[in-house]
Ligand binder design. Structure first.
Ligand SMILES: [Fe+2]
Length: 290
């Protein structure tokens, strides 16, 4: 297979043609995809009408898929345990209301974050398959955090260099009103500290590493100052020159790097169905400070 890669935005994001996700990849193609991923941070594979099993099999070319630790809100597929459900439709094909617990928790994805940063070894990347897509919103926005770090004003750079922030899964319920994690879920995922500036293990480049939905503390700051700093950094990051906005077409599959990007989805009409399935690639090393 020969792939072609066409950038979609100067900062990040490229579409990839020449892949059929229903078929296994040869090692040369896997390396070509890895190289494009390292370079463009977010890859768009249009027209991939894959089953969940094919989605998982494709993911395994790049690492082991995570199995989501939280089971109480039915965000993990019963049928294929590696699939995380980003959906407002339940197992009985019923449109869920925004007030339902799983939808409250998913609403956190409207704020800037990177998947699974609350783990001691956070995910390296995610693959999201748009099955039923929104036309009233639901645009997934990505930010190149290398570029943000490089552009940080000196005053903000001094605030983050050499400093760590805490990432806590249970912050989701505090910010969205979703039910708190069960005792077992809490025990499985205690809060962790990661450097706010990290070095990417493949590219060797430094990037800002923060999360509006998981960072509940910053080293050396009180709660209010920590919150203000994360907000200020997120506001600085959310500038058009650093951002690719993906308007979905059915059966797009997006593959992004969780180590050097953040993402957030725009709101959509809650009466509109939106069904997306995600795999999340397990991280196998701790975050290294830059
Ligand atoms: Fe996410």
């Amino acid at each position: 297979m020969t792939i072609t890669v066409k950038p979609r935005h100067p900062a990040l994001g490229a579409e990839v043609h020449g892949i059929d996700m229903k078929r296994p990849l040869d090692s040369k193609t896997i390396q070509a995809v890895r190289d494009a991923w390292t370079r463009h941070l977010v890859l768009v594979f249009p027209g991939q009408d894959v089953t969940d099993a094919e989605h998982v099999a494709f993911t395994r070319h790049f690492g082991e898929p995570e199995v989501f630790h939280q089971t109480s809100l039915n965000l993990r597929s019963d049928r294929v345990k590696e699939i995380f459900l980003v959906s407002n439709v339940d197992g009985e094909n019923r449109l869920m209301k925004p007030s339902e617990p799983s939808q409250k928790q998913l609403s956190s994805s409207r704020q800037w974050h990177t998947d699974s940063s609350y783990r001691p070894m956070p995910s390296i990347g995610s693959l999201l398959h748009g099955i039923e897509i929104s036309r009233t919103g639901g645009i997934t926005q990505f930010i190149n955090m290398y570029a943000v770090y490089e552009a940080l004003p000196e005053s903000l750079r001094r605030e983050v260099e050499g400093r760590s922030a805490r990432h806590d899964f249970s912050m989701l319920h505090r910010i969205t009103g979703a039910p708190p994690p069960t005792a077992a879920e809490q025990a499985a995922m205690p809060a962790v500290w990661h450097p706010m500036v990290r070095r990417h293990p493949v590219s060797g480049r430094s990037s800002l590493y923060i999360s509006s939905i998981y960072n509940d503390a910053v080293e050396g700051l009180d709660d209010e100052a920590a919150r203000a700093l994360i907000e200020e950094l997120s506001d600085f990051a959310a500038q058009p020159q650093f951002m690719y906005r993906h308007a979905w077409e059915p059966h797009d599959v997006l593959m992004w790097d969780n180590r050097c990007t953040v993402h957030a989805v725009t709101p959509h009409d809650p009466e509109e169905r939106r069904v997306m399935h995600r795999t999340t690639i397990v991280g196998n090393e701790p975050v290294v400070a830059a």
